[in-house]
Design a protein around this ligand. Structure first.
Ligand SMILES: Nc1ncnc2c1ncn2[C@@H]1O[C@H](COP(=O)(O)OP(=O)(O)OP(=O)(O)O)[C@@H](O)[C@H]1O
Ligand SMILES: [Mg+2]
Length: 478
């Protein structure tokens, strides 16, 4: 590695140790080196701190003695067998990371091993510092992890550039945010990135899925309850998530599913910042920024009196409307590359890209499940492929059908090709109606292909199970 010989290093007064030390201490990654005798040779401050120690306390000691983390002890195995391992996912103290284990070889002799750790949530949440040992804090830590920042939002289409610029402008202010977009467009990713770019980033980020929790429980989930507030409640009661989110952000997903009664209570909270636990007499102030997301048209819900108008305006101070993937096709290639990189790390593969034929299909496909579906299609390809380019035969069958109809349609006008796909038009129909009819057909086909198995069908479509259920209700398919 050194371009200078030892005597030259001396002459120029270069110190390899100093250079290594600088690299170690300034790396964004956690680095740990163990010698062939299994003792720690080097560890950087940040990783030692995460392991609740310091380099001084660890260097020179057997790894098994100073490192309680069973994953990192794998270095001992790497020293024995000399086989590198890439892209393993693990966690320390609730922080997820990707780790590569590499043997250090000199003339075919293993001299030690290196662990390179990349944390997926770059910052520690401030509340992690408090009272590490209580069970409550552990729950808080789990819920408050933010994995994504604006840098994780991939896409250079004008729409996405615009959204990312707005995000950076709006995030430091405290306004409530409404994020809209179809399923799989990245609403949660945006919510996390807003928190990460805000002044509240060291506070908690707490998510509540309003569709996943029955209404009767949702109120106590929001506000908490005192011991004895109702039969079956926990001893000591429970702190509500709006209180746990104090100093941070609460992300209310699928806000369109919130009952009318809870909408009124949420509105009161947004106006007064006051929380009253169920069964409690007193109130508390909680300073929380509210970010909500939905894939239903809230304006329509307001129009049909299904959603309170006053709450809608309170929430819709800033609106991020994320366009579906089919409306920003220039993002597809960059996203695909990013997912290939991700799965290369996870699978230990060296996939270099996608064939031209697949690129064409990706450009033509409707992507009903948006970015999530693209990610699933690429992951699926990694599971069935052997070479290092994603080819047509690695795609799910509904995409292959599209490739075939695409080849078949070569040289035809766009209109002729549309009719080859079985889409018919009748007078007076709007684009939205045609889209809905097509979406219904796609769902029926997915259910047929999965033999009625809804979990499989939702996976095939790259949408969540609750997302599929909603569509089944919408199209009277239940
Ligand atoms: N622009 C993007 N760059 C990188 N990854 C993205 C992007 N948009 C979405 N993703 C990824 O796609 C997946 C789905 O995103 P996310 O969960 O945020 O979607 P959603 O809009 O909340 O979907 P749903 O309505 O079904 O809950 C995630 O794995 C997310 O990381
Ligand atoms: Mg979501």
């Amino acid at each position: 590695m050194w371009v200078l010989y030892p005597e030259e290093l001396q002459e120029y007064n270069y110190s390899p140790e100093k250079i290594l030390e600088t690299i170690f201490e300034n790396s964004n990654e956690g680095l740990l080196v163990v010698g062939e005798n299994g003792r720690v040779l080097q560890i950087n401050d940040s990783l030692a701190l995460t392991l609740k120690s310091t380099p001084d306390k660890m260097i020179g000691k057997p790894l098994t003695e100073v490192c309680k983390h069973s994953g990192l002890r794998k270095l001992i195995k790497i020293i024995k067998n000399g086989v590198p391992e890439f892209g393993k996912i693990d966690s320390i103290e609730g922080r997820s990371f990707l780790v590569d284990y590499l043997p250090i070889k000199n003339n075919q002799r293993i001299q030690g091993a290196l662990a390179k750790i990349k944390f997926l949530n770059p910052e520690r949440s401030g509340n992690q510092e408090i009272d590490e040992n209580t069970a409550k804090t552990r729950v808080k830590k789990k819920q408050s992890a933010v994995f994504y920042t604006v840098d994780h939002i991939i896409g250079n289409s004008p729409q996405l550039i615009d959204l990312k610029e707005t995000l950076l402008k709006v995030a430091p202010r405290n306004s409530n945010v409404l994020i809209t977009g179809e399923s799989g467009t990245g609403k949660e990713l945006f919510a996390q990135a807003i928190h990460a770019a805000s002044l509240r980033r060291s506070g908690p980020f707490i998510k509540i899925n309003c569709a996943a929790i029955p209404d009767t429980l949702l109120e106590s989930e929001f506000f908490g309850y005192e011991e004895g507030a109702f039969t079956g409640g926990k001893k000591g009661g429970q702190t509500g998530k709006l209180e746990l989110a104090n100093g941070g952000t609460v992300f209310l997903d699928e806000i369109g599913d919130l009952s009318f009664a809870l909408q009124a209570k949420l509105l009161r909270f947004i106006q007064e910042k006051e929380i009253q636990k169920l069964g409690a007499g007193d109130t508390k102030i909680s300073d929380v920024r509210v970010v909500v997301a939905t894939n239903v048209n809230l304006e329509q819900m307001v129009k049909y009196k299904k959603f309170r108008e006053d709450l809608y305006y309170r929430l819709n101070v800033v609106n991020f409307s994320i366009p579906p993937l089919r409306e920003r096709k220039e993002d597809i290639f960059e996203l695909a590359e990013c997912f290939i990189e991700k799965f290369n790390r996870l699978f230990g593969f060296q996939v270099t890209g996608i064939s031209e034929e697949v690129q064409n299909v990706f450009q033509k496909y409707f992507w009903p499940g948006n970015v999530r579906e693209l990610e699933n299609v690429i992951e699926r390809a990694f599971n069935v492929m052997e070479g290092n380019v994603i080819e047509k035969q690695h795609l799910p069958s509904h995409l292959i059908t599209l490739v075939d109809s695409d080849n078949h349609g070569a040289g035809k006008s766009v209109l002729q090709q549309e009719s080859d796909l079985g889409i018919t038009f009748s007078e007076g129909q709007t684009l939205e109606e045609i889209m809905n009819r097509t979406e219904k057909l796609i769902i029926i086909q997915a259910l047929k292909n999965s033999k009625g198995n809804k979990a499989k069908a939702s996976q095939m479509l790259g949408i969540s199970r609750p997302g599929l259920y909603k569509k089944l209700v919408k199209y009277n398919l239940v």
